[in-house]
Design a protein around this ligand. Structure first.
Ligand SMILES: *Cc1c(COP(=O)(O)O)cnc(C)c1O
Length: 463
């Protein structure tokens, strides 16, 4: 048979739809989706014939391929993965994971009507911000608080409300760029505030601020250099000094803090101020993300003096940036844990992963190693080991902090680690790992206890 004859034998879409072996799938799958899968399979069939890979039509094989495609493409694109990188706040992997309680709060809010904007006491319209303001002010010591979609939105809202068409003074050493296109100068531009840069990259003095203040000045902005450190011959003005200057000239001091740390982590090697300490130093407004060291859902949280927060609430952008009910529910549940800091270190997964003891990490590594050895002892050539590693907090926080951790390593002199890594990435629940020295590193800090069995069974089937 020549190629043209075979091509002519390719079944039509309708014919395939009538195939008995597909009757279940036809019932359960949306029609247009199924047709698009069939077309894709037929394109592959045609290509195989033209390339000489196939020299006849195998209808059963077409049905099998179609079933596989339907099953694969019906899965959600956004799905669970196992993070074996050891980076706790991995921006590409969704930053913070939530506690069970926070996740339950989202489900409860999703499945039911809620009092989102309904005041149960008076029976009148309520305010969605009311659900988190009390708890935020309790925990941070601030007068007032509000929440928007993320810290980028918070930055725009704060500057639009306090400094529209006015000047905002900021040190050149703090013109940060964070991760995926948060460039402070660009974000500020969107707020219609006018950027007034002062000092140099490595040095800015109090007098630079004094010299820059003029009739158009509306805000003194300080940004935490979250994801980099300037070392050596450096000088920046600290928050208390800036607050003093702000008081003298009657200008609000806004601090873009970023990480949202609520518990002092100095004992764990993380030398960062907490939100509460910044409020105590009298910053007028402090803004931060919900899904970094706070360990909650994506959000931009603004705390500070009531007269400034009030202006933000009334600004039209507050409506554009307003958070959804799921965020509020999860944030509320996360924040509640901070009424007891010790409890927060245990119950908030991000903090738990950062502060977990070396001994516990080692135990986890040994458990995973043993399970792997038991499960693949019949497969020759694989060497499973445990190595000390340095983990990062990630998410654009604490760039110079390396936490002591452990990784389970997988090595096979006959199989390239890259090949195993690729298969792990393609697994049903993808496993994201590091490869170094031709070994797979399963960094145990970020592997959840509930996922250990799954991890082992997936690796077993890959190997
Ligand atoms: C992370 C960060 C941002 C951006 O926050 P998103 O919540 O990702 O929008 C802004 N400023 C600082 C200082 C940050 O660390």
């Amino acid at each position: 048979m020549n190629k043209n004859e075979i091509l002519r034998k390719i079944p039509q879409v309708d014919e395939i739809l009538k195939n008995e072996k597909l009757s279940d799938i036809v019932k359960l799958t949306p029609h247009d989706f199924l047709v698009s899968c069939i077309r894709e399979v037929l394109i592959d069939v045609r290509a195989d014939i033209l390339n000489g890979v196939a020299n006849d039509i195998d209808k059963d094989n077409i049905i099998e391929k179609l079933k596989e495609k339907v099953s694969k493409k019906s899965k959600r694109s956004l799905k669970k993965i196992i993070n074996a990188t050891g980076t706790v706040l991995h921006t590409n992997l969704g930053r913070s994971i939530l506690s069970k309680k926070s996740a339950d709060a989202i489900i409860d809010t999703a499945l039911n009507y809620t009092n989102l904007e309904y005041d149960l006491k008076s029976g009148n319209r309520g305010n969605r911000q009311s659900h988190i303001e009390k708890i935020l002010t309790d925990i941070t010591g601030a007068e007032a608080a509000m929440v928007v979609n993320n810290n980028a939105a918070a930055t725009i809202l704060v500057l639009a409300a306090l400094a529209s068409k006015k000047e905002v003074i900021i040190s050149r050493g703090e013109l940060i760029e964070i991760g995926d296109s948060f460039r402070l100068p660009d974000v500020m531009g969107e707020s219609t505030a006018i950027l007034h840069e002062i000092g140099s990259t490595n040095k800015t003095k109090l007098n630079d601020y004094v010299d820059a203040i003029n009739d158009e000045t509306a805000v003194l902005l300080k940004a935490h250099t979250s994801n980099y450190k300037i070392v050596g011959f450096t000088e920046q003005v600290d928050l208390p000094a800036l607050v003093k200057l702000g008081e003298k000239y009657n200008l609000p001091v806004v601090y873009d803090m970023g990480n949202g740390l609520m518990v002092d982590l100095n004992d764990y090697g993380i030398d960062e101020p907490t939100v509460r300490s910044l409020v105590k130093e009298n910053a007028d407004v402090v803004l931060f993300s919900g899904d970094k060291l706070l360990g909650g859902p994506q959000a931009g949280i603004i705390v500070g003096k009531a007269k400034f927060i009030g202006k933000m609430r009334k600004h039209p952008l507050a409506r554009a940036f307003r958070v959804d009910k799921f965020t509020l529910a999860a944030l509320n549940a996360t924040l509640f844990e901070y009424y007891d800091e010790k409890r927060a270190l245990e119950s908030i997964p991000v903090l738990n992963m950062i502060t977990i003891s070396k001994e516990k990490l080692k135990e986890k590594a040994e458990k995973i190693k043993k399970l792997l050895v038991d499960n693949i002892k019949d497969v020759s050539g694989f060497e499973i080991g445990i190595e000390k590693v340095k983990d990062q907090v990630g998410g654009g926080t604490a760039p110079d902090v390396y936490l002591d951790g452990f990784a389970v390593t997988i090595y096979n002199k006959d199989v390239a680690a890259e090949k195993i890594e690729r298969k792990m990435r393609a697994a049903d629940v993808p496993i994201i790992v590091r490869v170094a020295h031709d070994k797979i590193y399963l960094d145990v800090r970020t592997i959840q206890d509930e996922d250990i069995e799954l991890l082992v069974s997936e690796i077993k089937s890959i190997i």
